[in-house]
Design a protein around this ligand. Structure first.
Ligand SMILES: [Zn+2]
Length: 407
């Protein structure tokens, strides 16, 4: 951040943050940079990653457990929250805390002028035991990873491999949360945190990247259900007990077991090896990947046999149903069903309504100079239309194929 922040802005930030602003006014940029670098250096680690093009690269990140100890030690309020949580549930090897991990890609800067070369993967973690209120403050989430998407793209095994490496470090390293535990100092007394992964929170694209899944548009559009297939794929009808993603009857959706998923992952790994050795035709290999819905990545997180001993890939999956609901098949089907069910208004009426004078309710208006409740023209702004559409579909979601979320 220091690299791109103007000196003026930096000075303001320091003045705001410093306990005694007077002592920091006019502090030289170089001094701040030096102080920050020194602090970061103590927390930094690097992991060697193989490159797609051959050779290796060094991936720099913050050691998650050292970061946790450092932040808690320097934040009395956060330390208090950890202390309170430990009073309720003392973490131990036998009764570890629940680790929550989230990751997503961001493009920093102006949202109207995005530079894809700046697209960045960010990973954060927290603990469920701290309680909803603490979890709702973004500043309580530790952020050990920010890495450019271009960097990830060039590595062999991609984000999924990096995720596996990260989890090994955080859980199984010398200071790992599942082995030695991480010792924090709370009011001068040590508290050792033991934790296991409870949920990995990512959106659908994150799940695709992390689980080496082919995604919501693939033949297997739901990672949770073994019997759900792509719309018009002509598969569901030919297999017993299988449905397409448009299925609105929850009772017909059958959960995929971890064993089933892991078997598929291993099958693809083995098939890839067989193909590389010339023992399997490329067509057959491609077919296997397509039918399993998995990409070939023996270095990936779900193929990691050590991590599997500690937690199971589908147990920690927190499927993002919002993206799922908007994916091909569900949204249009539900909208059509809703319109069909309305005995009074016709499709034409709805169409006219959508194209008409749509206004946000008055109570949503702000007092600012911009008139947010003024007439929106649907041809100029698609947002109100989407808003209305979502409102309408929210009435009709009862029987939807929404995978259960674990958080
Ligand atoms: Zn499902």
């Amino acid at each position: 951040m220091l690299g791109v922040t103007s000196t003026d802005k930096l000075s303001k930030i320091v003045q705001t943050l410093a306990a005694d602003p007077l002592t920091r006014v006019g502090v030289h940029r170089a001094t701040i940079e030096h102080e920050v670098k020194e602090e970061i250096a103590q927390l930094s680690v690097s992991i060697s990653l193989p490159l797609e093009a051959g050779g290796e690269t060094e991936w720099k990140l913050l050691e998650p457990n050292r970061l946790l100890a450092h932040v808690v030690e320097n934040s009395p309020q956060l330390a208090e929250a950890y202390g309170r949580a430990a009073n309720e549930h003392m973490p131990s090897l036998e009764r570890p805390w629940d680790l929550l991990i989230c990751f997503d890609e961001f493009v920093p800067g102006d949202k109207l002028k995005t530079f894809n070369s700046r697209k960045t993967m960010v990973l954060g973690f927290n603990f469920r035991q701290l309680g909803e209120e603490i979890l709702s403050y973004s500043m309580t989430w530790m952020i050990p990873i920010t890495v450019l998407a271009n960097f990830i793209h060039d590595t062999l095994g991609g984000w999924s491999h990096m995720l596996a490496q990260y989890l090994r470090m955080q859980l199984l390293g010398t200071q790992g949360l599942m082995q030695a535990g991480v010792t924090l100092v709370i009011n001068g007394a040590p508290l050792t945190i033991f934790a296991n992964v409870d949920a990995i929170l990512a959106d659908y694209d994150g799940v695709r990247l992390g689980w080496d899944w082919k995604g919501a548009n693939s033949l297997r559009p739901c990672l949770r259900c073994w019997n759900v297939f792509k719309k018009n794929s002509d598969v569901a009808g030919r297999l017993p007990n299988c449905v397409e993603i448009t299925c609105a009857d929850k009772r017909k959706l059958v959960r995929r077991s971890n064993e089933d998923f892991i078997n598929d992952v291993d099958l693809i790994s083995e098939a890839g090896a067989a193909w590389a050795a010339g023992r399997l035709a490329k067509v057959r290999f491609e077919e296997l990947k397509k039918t399993s819905g998995q990409n070939f990545n023996p270095m990936g997180f779900v193929a990691d046999r050590v991590l599997r001993l500690h937690f199971r890939p589908l147990d920690v999956l927190n499927q993002d149903w919002v993206h799922g609901m908007l994916s091909d098949g569900i949204m249009t089907t539900e909208m059509s069903c809703f319109l069909e069910a309305d005995g009074e208004a016709t499709r034409k009426d709805y169409e006219n309504f959508m194209k008409g004078d749509i206004r946000f309710p008055k109570h949503m208006a702000t007092k600012g100079s911009a008139p947010p409740c003024s007439k929106f023209s649907t041809s100029l702004s698609p947002t109100p239309l989407l808003h209305m559409t979502l409102q309408i579909t929210s009435f009709a979601t009862a029987g939807l194929h929404i995978p259960q979320s674990s958080v």
